[in-house]
Ligand binder design. Sequence first.
Ligand code: ZN
Length: 189
Amino acid sequence: MEHVAKPAVIVADMLVDFVSGALANPASQATIAPTGRLLEGARERGWLVCYVNDAHLPGDSEERIWGAHAMAGSAGAQVIPELRPQPGDVEFRKRYYSGFHETGLDMYLRQHGVDCVILTGQHAHICVQHTAGSAFIAGYRIVLAEDCISAFTPDDQAAGIAYMEQMYGAVTLNVDRVLVDGFVADAAR
Ligand code: ZN
C-alpha cells in the first residue's frame, strides 16, 4: 500500500509578546489571516494542530539575548486571540527556540502517527528554524507554510527558509498549495 503522509500543523510563538508586545514583530501581522485559514483547513481534514509557545522562567538562556519575553503565565505568553486554540488543538510550552526541546511534542506526534510537520509562526530564522532542525533529526518530513511564517526582516526570512530547505529538505508552499488535497502527501515523499 502506498505511503500517505500524515501531517500536523505546528504554530510557533504566535503569542501576544511576539506579535505586539515585548518583542513585537510587525511582519507577523500579515501571517495571521493565512495561518487562520490553514488552521481551519487542517482541522477540517483531521490534521493535528499543535502550538509551541514560549513560556519562559526567570534566568532562561534566551533572556540574555532578548530580555524578558513570554514569561510563563503572563498575558504576553498567550496565543493571540485571532489564532486562539480550538478544542482538540494542543499547546506545548517551551523554554528554548525549538518546539521539540523537552516539550513532549515528539512523543505526542508519534502517538498519533504523524510523519510530516507543516511549520508556521515565527521567527523563520530562529524558533521555526530550530524546530525544523529538531524535526529533521527526529525523522519528520518538513513543509514550510511560507505565508504563515515571518521574521524581523526580509533577509532573516529568506535566510531562514533557505537554510531549512538546504539542510533539512524542507518544502516551501503557500497555504493554498498546502490545502490542495493530497498535495502535502506528495510534497513530503
Ligand atoms: Zn523565547
